[in-house]
Design a protein around this ligand. Sequence first.
Ligand code: KIV
Length: 276
Amino acid sequence: MAKKKMTVLDFKKYKEEGRKFTYVTGYDYTTATIINESDTEVILVGDSLGNVMLGLGGTVPVTMDEMIHHMKPVVKGAPNTFIVGDMPFGSYNVSIEEAIRNGNRILKEGGTDCVKLEGGVEFADTIKAMVKAGIPVMGHIGLTPQTTSQLGGFKVQGGTPEGAKKLLDDAKAVEAAGAFSMVLECVPSGVAKALTKALKIPVLGIGAGPHVDCQVIVLQDMLGMYGDFKPKFVKLFANLRADMIAALNTFHKESLDGQFPSPEYSFNVKVEGFEE
Ligand code: KIV
């Protein structure tokens, strides 16, 4: 039986019922169909596509057009999965009007079920205005990859009492602004636990330990496909990179030594005047 797609309202309901769920990234049609067949409830078309798909070495250069280009095939491929469209750097930090305009574009052109944006207290007014305009918003605090230069690199956030207090303030501001859920990235487990307890909306943790409401992971990381970098919090649930290289090398060898294509993989139709 096909799984039932979550709605925005289900996020809070799952939290109230203590029901956990999972959330992975997806950037293309084929992968979206695979995720859709799995038990995974949520897909993020993340701006991590800058690293994973486009080889840009980060998320900052990713544009609205690139995001929307990748959202469309994911939406087509995963009709039973809740889909989140990430707002890229520069699409919501100029003005509230610009944020609403770009949020509208993501929902109308990308076709996702909500948008996600990075930032705490300083983006509360933006989130509030977007929600008021009818755009469901997922927050994202802790390590925010779009602003890692300000954070001094890819580092654990909330690792001091002051840092943890700032995270709690951010989380409460995002919730009060009307976000229906919130990603929490790269935070000590104990801080994530306290924050999860303090919020009514679900906390979606990536590198935030086991006590959050939902685990998030970049698909290419967990499948062992992305070779540039492996964060400490990534567990390899498969090693597809090694499997893919082995398959390519077998294809190469069998093609060169004539094993492939065998008759099974050829059109063996006799054509007059042509020898097989
Ligand atoms: O773009 C992304 O993949 C993300 C996750 C790290 C949550 O924002």
